[in-house]
Ligand binder design. Structure first.
Ligand SMILES: Cc1cc2nc3c(=O)[nH]c(=O)nc-3n(C[C@H](O)[C@H](O)[C@H](O)COP(=O)(O)O)c2cc1C
Length: 130
């Protein structure tokens, strides 16, 4: 199973969660800044980001818009924020319009509780893997 964890993180919160999800799956989380597009077909993509002034970062939106239905089978979302889950809703809408399956279940960590959520994040990904 080809599994990837990709994220956008301006100040490092989402990166910590991405790294923890990836660690739980024995893979590496990669920033979309370092790898701006999916290089190969992905069975399961974990994709995360945060809201800034109520909208997701432009690079994350562009990344999501560039993903084609044939690139990915299934997507799991994760987000960190001060209160908003909007990034998840907005990403889900983008992928739904493309006909890409997105799990309803997503991972959320409040920006002030990142460290506390790391153990849960390490376990989170495993439920989606056969
Ligand atoms: C300029 C700025 C704007 C923000 N706007 C929002 C917002 O509209 N809603 C919210 O819930 N959190 C907001 N936050 C909090 C971030 O989403 C939160 O700190 C998040 O964990 C940042 O993730 P990152 O470190 O991966 O970039 C904002 C933070 C900054 C710095």
């Amino acid at each position: 199973m080809n599994i990837k964890v990709r994220y956008f993180s301006a100040s490092g919160n989402t990166k910590k969660i991405a790294d923890a999800i990836a660690e739980g799956l024995n893979i590496e989380a990669i920033s979309i800044k370092d790898e701006p597009e999916l290089k190969e077909h992905t069975d399961l993509l974990f994709l995360g980001g945060a809201p800034y002034a109520n909208i997701m970062a432009k690079p994350l939106k562009e990344y999501a818009l560039n993903i084609k239905k044939e690139d990915v089978d299934k997507i799991v979302l994760f987000t960190t924020s001060n209160w908003s889950r909007r990034t998840v809703r907005a990403l889900k809408k983008i992928f739904k319009e493309k006909g890409i399956f997105v799990y309803d279940k997503y991972f959320y960590a409040h920006m002030l509780r990142i460290k506390k959520r790391i153990p849960k994040a390490k376990e989170f990904g495993k439920q989606f893997v056969d």
